[in-house]
Design a binder for this molecule. Structure first.
Ligand code: SF4
Length: 77
């Protein structure tokens, strides 16, 4: 079973955008990226990419914005 998010290779959150925040990055990776399919499918970054075909680089996995709000804020819709 593939338990790592299929977007991880190109995802800046997974690959160190949170420089200096190692603990936070590790929490995101454990909770979302490497937590299995239900986990990464609950990541707002994953959901945004599914819906819009791309994801803003600075969107966080646990963003409280809805997908509609993300689309409007980043002009993705
Ligand atoms: S789960 Fe979210 S943060 Fe992690 S690699 Fe996938 S899209 Fe990026």
């Amino acid at each position: 079973m593939n338990t790592t998010c299929p977007n991880s290779a190109s995802c800046p959150i997974f690959n160190g955008i949170l420089a200096g925040k190692d603990y936070t990055a590790k929490v995101y990776r454990t909770k979302y990226c490497e937590g299995g399919e239900p986990a990464f499918k609950s990541c707002k970054r994953f959901m945004a990419k599914e819906k819009f075909g791309s994801c803003p680089p600075n969107l966080l996995p646990n963003s409280t914005l809805s997908l509609e709000e993300i689309g409007a804020k980043y002009n993705l819709a």
